[in-house]
Design a protein around this ligand. Structure first.
Ligand code: SF4
Length: 208
């Protein structure tokens, strides 16, 4: 069965539910859990197929108690499934307006969809957590191994546009992966210069 909705908390009433919309991504980060394991907290993250519908997501969501927040994350780039992401976020905002909605993203969406998609997400997404993972293009390419051209500039543009449009934006880096870490202080300067908050997080072996 496809794991579309999951929790990483060992409780029957998790505060956050995570949404797994796709196994595709336009990065191939050296620290990506997908290259190391198949599950997050025992939940198989590889999808059997990606033909599922909004109703399938809602059905799995209803198997949990109503959480405080929902995070689009999973084993892939959620903004690749933009229409499905928008539809589920709209469902949540209409039915459960108190739920805080975050999207963990690589920041490539505007390049992939060839337009600024952020206005379409106003009122649906509360916060973007964007993988910065590089204080410059060379560092970014080495750590994130993007499959699109000009990716580092695209990520920075996405962060700035989202911040300018009034979204809460957190630019993130992974600090302690054994094969390479970005320059934390320089990354923080980049994040702040783009109008974002900054978060350096440790590598989480069990993932989320
Ligand atoms: S952006 Fe996320 S899903 Fe994509 S390769 Fe990097 S860690 Fe994996």
């Amino acid at each position: 069965m496809n794991t579309l909705v999951y929790s990483i908390e060992q409780t029957e009433n998790p505060e956050t539910l995570y949404i797994n919309l796709t196994n595709s991504c336009t990065n191939n980060c050296i620290f990506c859990l997908r290259t190391q394991k198949d599950d997050v907290c025992g939940k198989e993250m590889w999808l059997e197929n990606e033909n599922f519908s909004l109703d399938d997501i809602i059905e799995q969501f209803k198997q949990f108690s109503v959480p405080k927040s929902v995070c689009f994350c999973g084993y892939g780039e959620p903004m690749l499934r933009l229409e499905l992401l928008k539809a589920f976020a709209k469902y949540l905002k209409e039915k459960y307006p108190g739920i805080f909605i975050r999207v963990n993203t690589n920041g490539h969406a505007n390049a992939i969809h060839k337009r600024n998609v952020l206005p379409e997400l106003k009122g649906l997404v509360d916060e973007f957590s964007v993988s910065l993972n590089g204080s410059d293009e060379e560092e970014y390419n080495r750590l994130s191994k993007p499959r699109i051209s000009n990716a580092y500039d695209e990520v920075k543009k996405f962060i700035k546009t989202a911040a300018d449009e009034g979204f809460s934006v957190v630019a993130t880096i992974v600090t302690d992966f054994i094969s390479g870490v970005p320059d934390k202080e320089k990354c923080k300067e980049v994040a702040v210069s783009l109008g974002a908050k900054f978060r350096a997080r440790e590598f989480i072996p069990n993932g989320y």
